[in-house]
Every structure is written in C-alpha cells, then in structure tokens.
Design a protein around this ligand. Structure first.
Ligand code: SF4
Length: 392
C-alpha cells in the first residue's frame, strides 16, 4: 500500500477511475475494427511513459503548480515496459496501427529505446509493422536520435515554440536554449528520420511575431512545421479564449510571405490541416514542403477522432479533455487474462461519446464560456486531466 501526501494541487487523484462497462457475456475475439458510439474506429494509441518533464511550458506544466513540492508518480505506480507492450498488443488487435509515445518528456524515461524495440516486434492483424512515433521537446534528442532510430522508431515530432532565444527560454520557463533543440533536429535528420514534424503552440500575447520566421526557417528543410491553437487542456494553464490566435489568422500571415495551396489529409483522423508551399506557377512544390495547422478550438475535428490515451500508470482516457479514465493497470496486476482485458477495452471504447472540442464550439457559439465536459454527460466544473499526464 503506497502512502501518499496529496498536495493541494495534485490533480491526478481527484477523479476516481470510472467503473468498467459491463463486459459482454461472451468474450468476442478482437476484430481489428473496433468502433465507438459515434462509429469512429480505434486507430491511434498515445502512451504517456512518464509524468515528468524538464521543461515548464506554461500552457502545459506551469511552474507554480509543478514546483519542487509536486509529487510525481513513484516508479512502482508506472507501467513497466512489459505491461505497456502487453496492453499495446491488445489495442493493436482491436485495430490500432499507430502508437505515439509521449509524456511529460518521454526521453526522460530510462532505456526508452528498449521499449521501442519491444513495440517494434508487434504486428498489426494484417501482418504490417506498427507506425511508432514519439513527441519530444528535443532537449535530449541530439544524444538519443541514433539509438531511437536503431530501436525502430518510425517518426518524430519535436515541440519548438520560437526561434527567438529569449522568447523560447521564457516559454519553456527553464531557460533552455533554442540552439540545443535545433542541434537535436539536425541529429535526428542525420540519424535517418524523414519528414520530422515540428509543433509550435501559438499564444497571442507571446510568440505571434515568430510565426513567419519559423515558417521561413523550416520551408524547404524537409521538416513539416505545424501551428497548434492554444488549448484549454487540463485545469492549471489559466486558458483564455482571447489568447487564442485562430489558425485562419496564422495561415493569412504565412500566405502574405509564402503562397500556400491546400493539400489532402495524409491519413483518416489526421489532426493537422495541410497546406503546401506553392511555386511561381501556384502549384504545390514538394521541395519547399508544407505547413500544418491544428485547430482544436476554432475548427473541431472530433468527428474523425480515432485516438485513445494511456497514462503513465495505466489509466485509459478517451479524450485529451477527459476528466476521468479507466484503470487498466488494476486489471493487469490482478491477474486478468488477455481475453478479459481485451473485452474491457472493447467495452470502454464501444461506449465512447467524447467530442469536447465540438461541445466547446457549440457552447461558445451560444455565448457560453466554452466550459463543458468532454462527453457532454457530466456537469462542467469537473477538472480535466493534465496534458502532461496523458500526453498531447
Ligand atoms: S476534443 Fe477529444 S474527442 Fe475531440 S478531437 Fe480532441 S481528443 Fe478527440
């Protein structure tokens, strides 16, 4: 029994786990095609491998909350690599083809290459390997890129909110220099990672002036820059709508400098809207590359959302803005069979209604605050889970 002092702001345990949906009487083998209550297939699993991070980005892990008194998960509470791989195998049997490793900062998890190598052995029902990707703040990438690639990591997403060193240091709030993240990106390209995604969260009061310089820097670099609308994730980042710069405004600023043409989504359920850089004739030029916008606030994409999230301690969440999850770790550790856990996953996903961004938009259209519960069934005011706990 782990004794734990719960500091005032320890939000993880305010929400007790949801009770498991009644398991189907007969355990039905996984079909590789599991639909939720809105007919959205389960395709993408995000796994948070640590709740720790070496940055303190105010929109995710504000320093005043995640301070030196904040109690992180003890190692014994975290899923082991074996437990993660076992659960991942069950999700893959239900149709997951893409696994994204997140955190906190996933490269802080010791020997993460070993986890990637184990996940790399898994096969989809059609025999295809998994698309294994990872989101990092890039701080440790220069050192780790080669080993990650050799372990079987397919793709990388790196967060970078500005090229202006003073602004970047202020946004990560730990005085970390831009140069080291850029060195990590160079090392990742040298290690053989193609089409690296670079994610920039845009906050109206902080880094709007960096949008065009970032576009100029990554245009023609072989990497894809994506602009993310500032979101009301979790319960600690003090989000306000007037701090959101709509993606339409971001695209207008870029198009003034570099003409853009719309591109088709590259996969169902893709979160980013793609725009290609145009050549002098106005056609998409693959040499110049593309940019993306992720517009959870002004253009909700819940209707195609095929993502589930697993927290570091094995809670299953069905939406980035959820307020509670399902405790799969307890099933793992109380000796449940694969069939029983597979049935539990099917039951949970099958009843999924989550559509937080749509609800927020509907509420705001009616002059509301945008405060809503992800699945619309529970009164507003229940605290949303922290993004640093379930990954972006
Ligand atoms: S708000 Fe929730 S349901 Fe909607 S796209 Fe995001 S994670 Fe999916």
């Amino acid at each position: 029994m782990i004794k734990r002092v719960i500091p005032l702001l320890d939000l993880r345990h305010i929400q007790r786990s949801a009770s498991f949906p009644k398991a189907a009487s007969a355990v039905v083998p996984a079909s590789g095609h599991l639909l939720d209550a809105r007919q959205r297939p389960l395709r993408d699993l995000r796994i948070s491998v640590t709740d720790r991070c070496n940055f303190r980005c105010a929109y995710c892990m504000p320093k005043e909350v995640f301070d030196k008194h904040y109690r992180y998960l003890p190692h014994s509470a975290m899923l082991s690599f074996e437990e993660i791989v076992r659960l991942a195998g069950l999700f893959v049997a239900h149709g997951v083809g893409k696994i994204r490793l997140t955190g906190g900062e996933p490269l802080l998890r010791k020997n993460i290459e070993q986890l990637i190598a184990q996940l790399h052995q898994l096969r989809q029902p059609n025999g295809q390997p998994l698309d294994i990707t990872l989101t990092t703040n890039g701080s440790l990438l220069a050192r780790k890129a080669k080993a990650l690639r050799q372990a079987g990591l397919s793709r990388l997403t790196v967060s970078l909110d500005s090229l202006d060193d003073a602004i970047f240091r202020r946004m990560n709030d730990v005085d970390f220099p831009v140069a080291q993240v850029l060195a990590g990106l160079d090392a990742a390209q040298a290690a053989g990672f193609a089409d690296i995604k670079v994610n920039m969260v845009v906050k109206r009061s902080t880094n709007v002036a960096d949008i065009v310089p970032m576009a100029r820097h990554f245009r023609g670099s072989g990497m894809t820059l994506r602009f993310i609308e500032y979101m009301d994730v979790g319960a600690t980042n003090g989000w306000r709508m007037d701090e959101v710069l709509p993606s339409a405004e971001v695209l207008r600023l870029i198009a003034e400098a570099f003409p853009l043409v719309p591109l088709e989504p590259s996969a169902p359920g893709e979160t980013a809207q793609r725009w290609g850089y145009a050549d002098a004739q106005g056609n998409y030029d693959p040499q110049l590359g593309e940019v993306g916008v992720i517009s959870s606030v002004t253009q909700a994409f819940c209707s195609t959302c095929n993502r589930a999230r697993l927290s570091t301690e094995g809670q299953l969440y069905l939406c980035l803005f959820a307020h509670q999850g399902w405790d799969l770790r307890s099933l793992l550790r109380n000796g449940s069979s694969d069939e029983e856990m597979s049935a539990a996953i099917a039951g949970i996903w099958g009843q999924r209604q989550d559509r937080y961004s749509e609800l927020r938009a509907e509420q705001m259209a009616q002059g509301g605050s945008g405060e809503a519960a992800s699945d619309g069934t529970t009164p507003p005011g229940r605290k949303r889970i922290e993004m640093s706990y379930i990954g972006g």
